[in-house]
Design a protein around this ligand. Structure first.
Ligand SMILES: C[S@@+](CC[C@H](N)C(=O)[O-])C[C@H]1O[C@@H](n2cnc3c(N)ncnc32)[C@H](O)[C@@H]1O
Ligand code: SF4
Length: 415
């Protein structure tokens, strides 16, 4: 009930947050003329060897010529940021499937090393791409964190997800190929898929813990409106009322096996790099077709069309097609949600960023969360309680679902 209420509020706020302006006036791209501070760089590689029906990311069927041209455009886009004085040291390759063309990915990593002091690199991939050779190449290139999209170990669920390209047994073998080779190996799972039962999911968790991998990220299914209709035509309803049971199983099983929540979705053994740059970085720049950026109080979206993306870069322009300056209230709400998602708000950092006391700025919100036992004060910060984890899962799911709606609109209209 409380979770649903918080979810509704976040959905409403998320939609407002994402009502972006159309025309992009370079002078309004505030702050892009002067970088300097430490921000994360997300690099989107939008190609996959097959397209999963539930996925809302900007992705295209792999075509080698298109992909090679794309990597070239990515370098041009990065150059535009370098020329504006941006300095990056933490890099996240996401997709799509960043490892779909290894020679280009490795050349791009080399290019990063030539231009920046590289501290951390995280790369997403699918189990299909994990081979002894690829693992060695990624490790030698200095990749610290590899994240493998597993989703489930059950062949029937993988089939329903349109991911029969790798069966459950083969996925386990692939995971063992990568195990122990990186500072962090992460496995991604999806829960509350329409045809998935809690019992099946419990088996997935048992297999995960038996593999001895140090990190897993569990995504509640978040279809965009059209994807939801398509899934519901093929399977059962996408029923969010089932979600909490799945979530409680995750929290219990992972805690029992010595994993701590790095975020509400990501559980790790020991200190590990996580995928959610929104937690570790207040600002981030996204490059690539269909990526988004948050920089100095503004939210920006790149073109979702490969052709338009290329046209912008051919003209020496940043491929930003939508933007919006966020109000102070929106920035505060986004900050609150993203840090609670990361389990803790550092009150000192809040003060440094907003030049204000969090207990004054977010008084009503914090009183509400505290009254219901979702947060507690601790030394130098505010921590999410175990009771608060599921409501924050719902809020984050709703925020990302709004983003998926924006993605879907831009993809369909080739904006
Ligand atoms: C963008 S994918 C990249 C990984 C890789 N392409 C793969 O699928 O194995 C990152 C993760 O997002 C999650 N994901 C994708 N679409 C989703 C959706 N509609 N709802 C929830 N999670 C989703 C999956 O767990 C996936 O592993
Ligand atoms: S889930 Fe991964 S492999 Fe499937 S379409 Fe999305 S990005 Fe590609």
């Amino acid at each position: 009930m409380l979770s649903n209420l918080l979810g509704l509020v976040t959905r409403y706020k998320g939609r407002k947050f994402l009502k972006l302006n159309e025309e992009i006036d370079e002078s309004k791209v505030v702050g892009f003329g002067s970088g300097g501070e430490e921000i994360a760089l997300y690099i989107h590689i939008p190609f996959c060897r097959s397209l999963c029906p539930y996925c809302c990311f900007n992705r295209y069927l792999f075509n080698e010529n298109k992909a090679r041209k794309y990597f070239n455009n990515l370098k041009r886009e990065l150059d535009l940021y370098i020329r504006r004085g941006f300095k990056f040291s933490t890099f996240y390759f996401g997709g799509g499937t960043p490892t779909v063309l290894m020679d280009e990915l490795l050349a791009f990593i080399d290019y990063l090393k030539k231009n920046f002091e590289v501290r951390q690199i995280s790369v997403e991939t699918t189990a299909r791409e994990v081979t002894e050779e690829n693992v060695k190449l990624l490790k030698d290139a200095g990749v610290n964190r590899l994240s493998i999209g597993v989703q489930s170990f059950h062949d029937s669920i993988l089939k329903a997800m349109g991911r029969s390209f790798c069966g459950g047994e083969e996925i386990k073998e692939k995971v063992l190929v990568a195990k122990g080779k990186f500072d962090t190996l992460n496995l991604d799972f999806i829960f509350n898929f329409p045809s998935q039962t809690v019992e099946q999911f419990e088996v997935d968790l048992e297999i995960f813990t038996s593999l001895g991998v140090e990190q897993a990220t569990f995504y509640p299914l978040m279809p965009s409106p059209h994807k939801r209709n398509a899934l519901e035509r093929r399977f059962n309803k996408v029923d969010t009322s089932r979600e909490e049971r799945f979530y409680q199983v995750i929290v219990k099983e992972l805690a029992t096996n010595g994993y701590n929540p790095s975020t509400v979705w990501c559980f790790s053994r020991g200190e590990r790099m996580i995928d959610e740059y929104v937690v570790d970085f207040d600002d981030y720049i996204g490059i690539g077709c269909g990526s988004v950026s948050l920089f100095r109080g503004n939210f920006y979206a790149n073109s979702f069309s490969l052709d338009r993306y290329e046209e912008f870069l051919a003209q020496g322009k940043l491929p930003i097609i939508r933007w919006r300056g966020l109000s102070e209230h929106e920035l505060l709400y986004y900050y609150l949600l993203s840090k609670l998602f990361g389990m803790r708000i550092d009150t000192g950092k809040f003060h440094h960023k907003f030049n204000a006391d969090i207990y004054k700025k977010l008084r009503k919100e914090l009183l509400f969360l505290k009254f219901f036992g979702l947060i507690q004060e601790e030394d130098g910060g505010i921590a999410l309680t175990q009771k608060g984890m599921y409501p924050v899962n719902v809020m984050t799911r709703e925020f990302f679902s709004s983003l998926n709606g924006l993605r879907e609109y831009c993809i369909e209209n080739q904006i």
